[in-house]
Design a protein around this ligand. Structure first.
Ligand code: CMC
Length: 434
C-alpha cells in the first residue's frame, strides 16, 4: 500500500512540501513534520499542544468525545471493577495483565521495597510542619534520587525495572510520612501482610498505641482511586516527566518533576481546589447560594471557575467521574454519611451546571476530581493530601511513559522551538550613558 502523505502549499513563495502521514490504531493520524524546518525553514506554532502529538504511545487511549479511557486497550470501568491496583500497575508497565503467578511475584517484589532509607526522615524533618505535602513530596523524591545512583543507566531494562519497583513501592511510604509529619505523629512502617491500598491506609491512620482495623470498603475505594488516576496519556505532568527524563536524568528525579507539575490547580490540584470550593459555597449558605456561585463561575472577570468541571480532552462525561461517583455512594453509605451536606451540595451543583447553557455549550462536564475530594475527605484523608494521593497513583503511569520513551526508536532529547518576538540585535550602551 502506498504511504499516505500530505502536501503543504504556501502563499509566500515557499515551495510545496510533502510529509508522511503516520497512521494510528485509534484516534487521529498524525502528520510527521520532523522535516518541515529542513524543507521550508519554518516552525509550527502550537502552545498548549492543541494539535501536536509529542510521541507515539501504546499505553493509554482517550476518546474525549465518547468519554472513553482505555489502559492498553482495556476500558477503565472494566479494570476498576475486575482488577486491583497492582494488576493495573503490571498492565501499564509490562503491557499485559499478569497471570496469577506473575501477580504474586510482582506483589512480593513491591512489598519488599516499601521501606525508605531511615535517612529520609532527616529530609522530612527539614520541612516546616505546615509544608504542603506536594512540596514535601517533590523534595523527598529529589532527595531519594541521591540514594540510588545505580538508577542512572536508563538504557538497561533491568535498571528501569528496578526503578519502577522502587518508585511504586516507596511512594506510599513517602506520602504517609509527609502526612504523619504534618500532624506530629510517629511514622508507621509498612506492613508486608497488607494489600497495597491497605498499607497506604494503615501507614496514614494507624498509631503505635492501638491495633489498626482496616475497613475493606475504604481499602477497595482507595484501590479504585489509585486505578482511576494511574495514567492519563500525555497530560502536563506526564509530559513533564518525559521531557525531564529525555535528558537521561535519574528517573526518580524525573518523577519529582512530575509531582511538581501535578501540584497545580489546573491539573492534579483540582481535587483540593474543588473541595475548598464546595466548602466555601457551604459556608456561604450552601444549596441556596449555588445560583450566585454559578453566575460567578461563568463570569470571566470573577477569576474563579467551577472546579472539577471541564477537561482539555473529555468533551463528554469523564468516565472516571462516573466510577468515582459510584465509589462516593459506597464510602458514604459505609460510613453512615449519606446525608453529608457537601455530597448533597456537589450533586445539586452538578445537576444545575449540567443544565446550564454556558456549561452545556462549552461541553463542560464533571471530571474525576469533582467526586474524588468528597470520597477522600469521608475516608479521613485531609484536603491538603489529596494531590499527593493522586501523585502516588500516577507514579506508575509516569514510569510506564518514561520507559516507553526510552525504548522508542524515535527518542530524542525534548527540545521545543519558539517564535521569537523580542528585540532584534542592538548594542549595549555603557552604564554611564544609560
Ligand atoms: N468553569 C467555568 N468555565 C470554564 C471551566 C470551568 N471549570 N472550564 C472551562 N471553562 C470555559 C472557559 O472559560 C472557556 O470559555 P470561553 O470559550 O467562553 O472563553 C471554555 O470553557 C474553554 O476553556 P479552556 O480554558 O480553553 O479549556 P482548556 O481545555 O484549556 O481547560 C481545564 C481545561 C481543565 C484547565 C479547565 O476546564 C479548568 O480550568 N477546569 C477547572 C479545573 C479542573 O477541574 N481541573 C481538573 C482537570 S481533570 C484532572 C486531570 O486530569 O488533571
Amino acid at each position: 500500500m502506498a504511504e499516505k502523505t500530505v502536501t503543504l502549499s504556501f502563499s509566500d513563495g515557499t515551495p510545496d512540501a510533502t510529509f508522511p502521514v503516520m497512521e494510528s490504531t485509534m484516534g487521529p493520524d498524525v502528520i510527521d513534520i520532523r522535516a518541515l524546518y529542513k524543507q521550508t525553514g519554518k516552525f509550527t506554532y502550537d502552545p498548549g499542544f492543541m494539535s501536536t502529538a509529542s510521541c507515539s504511545s501504546t499505553i493509554t487511549y482517550i476518546d474525549g468525545d465518547k468519554g472513553e479511557l482505555l489502559y492498553r486497550g482495556y476500558a477503565i470501568d472494566d479494570l476498576a471493577k475486575n482488577c486491583d491496583f497492582l494488576e493495573v500497575c503490571q498492565l501499564l508497565v509490562y503491557g499485559e495483565l499478569p497471570t496469577k503467578e506473575q501477580h504474586k511475584k510482582f506483589s512480593e517484589l513491591i512489598i519488599h521495597h516499601t521501606m525508605v532509607h531511615e535517612q529520609m526522615h532527616f529530609f522530612m524533618r527539614g520541612f516546616r510542619r505546615d509544608a504542603h505535602p506536594m512540596a514535601a513530596l517533590t523534595g523527598l523524591l529529589g532527595a531519594m534520587s541521591a540514594f540510588y545512583p545505580d538508577s542512572m543507566n536508563i538504557h538497561d531494562p533491568k535498571v528501569r525495572e528496578r526503578s519502577a519497583i522502587r518508585l511504586i513501592a516507596k511512594m506510599p511510604t513517602l506520602v504517609a510520612m509527609a502526612y504523619k509529619y504534618s500532624i506530629g505523629e510517629p511514622y508507621i512502617y509498612p506492613d508486608n501482610s497488607l494489600s497495597y491500598a491497605g498499607n497506604v491506609l494503615r501507614m496514614m491512620f494507624a498509631t503505635p498505641c492501638e491495633e489498626y482495623k482496616l475497613n475493606p470498603v475504604l481499602e477497595r475505594a482507595l484501590d479504585r482511586i489509585l486505578i482511576l488516576h494511574a495514567d492519563h496519556e500525555q497530560n502536563a505532568s506526564t509530559s513533564t516527566v518525559r521531557l525531564c527524563a529525555s535528558s537521561g536524568t535519574n528517573p526518580i528525579a524525573a518523577i519529582a518533576a512530575g509531582v511538581a507539575s501535578l501540584w497545580g490547580p489546573a491539573h492534579g490540584g483540582a481535587n483540593e481546589a474543588c473541595l475548598n470550593m464546595l466548602n466555601e459555597i457551604q459556608e456561604q449558605g450552601g444549596v441556596e447560594k449555588i445560583g450566585e456561585f454559578i453566575e460567578k463561575f461563568k463570569d470571566k472577570n470573577s477569576g474563579i471557575r467551577l472546579m472539577g468541571f471541564g477537561h482539555r480532552v473529555y468533551r463528554n462525561y469523564d468516565p472516571r467521574a462516573k466510577l468515582m461517583r459510584e465509589t462516593c455512594h459506597e464510602v458514604l453509605g459505609e460510613l453512615g454519611l449519606e446525608k453529608d451536606p457537601l455530597f448533597k451540595l456537589a450533586m445539586t451543583l452538578e445537576k444545575i451546571a449540567l443544565e446550564d447553557e454556558y456549561f452545556v455549550s462549552r461541553k463542560l462536564y464533571p471530571n474525576v476530581d469533582f467526586y474524588s475530594g468528597i470520597v477522600q475527605k469521608a475516608m479521613g484523608i485531609p484536603v491538603q493530601l489529596f494531590t499527593a494521593i493522586f501523585a502516588l497513583a500516577r507514579t506508575v503511569g509516569w514510569i510506564a511513559q518514561l520507559n516507553e520513551m526510552v525504548t522508542d526508536p524515535d527518542y530524542k532529547i525534548g527540545r521545543p522551538r519558539q517564535r521569537f518576538i523580542g528585540s532584534t540585535p542592538r548594542k549595549v550602551k555603557p552604564l554611564s550613558e544609560r
